[in-house]
Design a protein around this ligand. Structure first.
Ligand SMILES: [Zn+2]
Length: 170
């Protein structure tokens, strides 16, 4: 009997004019969430952002055109998007989480450098260097020692970015 390939069987979207939002809508439905108006607006803010955004920054961008969307909705939506892997969340050490829309399925292994001075978060592209191998080794180790099967790994390194290091570093 033929077995379905990996990743099949989830909601595939469809019915949306915007293919990107249709894809995201499908992924939301696959996790039992609906693509409501506020969620659609928040997703489009994240889509047009190049960098990580704090909840406050998302709220400000949403508020400009949609003053009816409250900040609590923004917080909840960002948390939900991070939980189901549509957005990537990093903690910048100043007590504020920052979010970025990420094709997390395509970037199962990520390394993010977080500057504790300017809060800049820089994702490192894995897969082309030794980073991938190091993370794979860590995942093997936790499987052997803790019986833990890793689906997704995000490594965050805290310190000073190049600019801040030049400015403040010894
Ligand atoms: Zn910095």
């Amino acid at each position: 009997m033929p077995r379905p390939g990996r990743g099949q069987g989830m909601g595939r979207g469809g019915g949306f004019r915007d293919p990107q939002q249709g894809m995201l809508g499908g992924r939301l439905r696959g996790h039992g969430h609906r693509l409501t108006g506020p969620r659609r607006v928040i997703l489009s803010v994240l889509e047009s952002a190049r960098d990580y955004l704090s909840a406050e920054e998302v709220y400000m961008a949403v508020y400009a055109d949609n003053p009816g969307v409250g900040i609590a909705t923004v917080y909840r939506t960002l948390q939900m998007l991070a939980e189901i892997g549509i957005a990537e969340r990093v903690d910048t050490g100043d007590g504020k989480a920052r979010y970025k829309l990420g094709p997390v399925e395509d970037q199962r292994r990520r390394v993010v450098l977080v500057c504790t001075n300017c809060s800049r978060s820089t994702p490192i592209t894995t897969g082309t260097d030794d980073t991938e191998a190091v993370i794979a080794q860590l995942e093997r180790m936790t499987a052997e020692q803790h019986g833990f099967r890793t689906n997704r790994t995000v490594v965050q390194l805290y310190g000073l970015c190049e600019q801040c290091e030049k400015q403040y570093g010894g």
